[in-house]
Ligand binder design. Sequence first.
Ligand SMILES: Cc1cc2nc3c(=O)[nH]c(=O)nc-3n(C[C@H](O)[C@H](O)[C@H](O)COP(=O)(O)O)c2cc1C
Length: 324
Amino acid sequence: MKNFWNKLNKPFFALAPMEDVTDTAFRQVVASIGKPDVFFTEFANVDGIFSAGEKKVFPRLKFTSKEHPIVAQIWGAKLENFTKAARLIAEMGFDGIDINMGCPQKSVIKQKACSALINYPEKAKEIFLAVKRGAGDLPVSIKTRIGFDKIQTEEWIGFLLELEPAVLTVHGRTVKEQSEGLAHWDEIGKVVKMRDKLKSKTLIMGNGDVASLDNAREKCQQYGVDGVMIGRGVFHNPWVFNPEVDLNKVTIKDRLKVLEKHLQLFEKSWQGEKDFNILKKFFKAYIRDFDGASELRTKLMEVNNPQEVHNLLQGDALQRTKQL
Ligand SMILES: Cc1cc2nc3c(=O)[nH]c(=O)nc-3n(C[C@H](O)[C@H](O)[C@H](O)COP(=O)(O)O)c2cc1C
């Protein structure tokens, strides 16, 4: 069994899958400034891969050698497409496959997919087995929540543990809670105890509201999880996975340099294929906590292409040099 998860030092830290955020360009940026132990792709629809929607789905599965170990995250409706997609993902050189059983978007719930599976555990099992059939020796993991309308840790997570996925990533909220309130880390701790009681080999990764490596380590100590997944925290601190970087000491020059790098990687990866406006959500991650940051961001929000961003950044840097 080619299970890279078992070779990781514990605790391990992963960058969460985030649609329109964690594409190959951003993952390469993160890999260069503070690499997590594991990357995940944005969720990719298996039915889309094998239909006319192929063009929309395939970019989500694009990755480079700098992003290993990388896990492809999938979702969908048709069992045979899960098996076919798993086979394809294995051929593409991914290190693992993750099944999304947590996305709360109404459009996916309508299709009885992702988090809706919490209400259809037998279907969840069929999907897991279908992915296993195609995955060969790649480890298959599941990312989910602790319940649908209410906390159902014992029934739902108990059910998933019986399937023995390689890893179970638990976002400590119900579907109804979306991203509101605080994640229920006590429930995640309960999952670890359930796993231990079953003497299961499944690794447990906790997820929800963690925004620093120190906090991630505390969570591992307090709740016994094998690893922690960090999502939105990367927007506050793109260096979040680098234990040697003190955010307060990152210079303006370094911040602008990383944004420039992101721009270059975005252009190189997508060559006009992807809407440039997607990049705008990153400006606040890089351009913050220095004099003039807010003004520069306002100007950046008005631009229409990478060259204009580049010109603005160059102009800003020149201005600063003159002020010295
Ligand atoms: C913009 C955005 C996109 C997301 N896309 C995905 C996704 O494609 N697959 C997935 O499993 N979770 C997705 N999530 C959920 C995150 O992976 C994570 O579970 C959630 O943000 C909680 O973790 P955090 O508090 O560290 O952000 C997304 C979250 C955000 C904010």
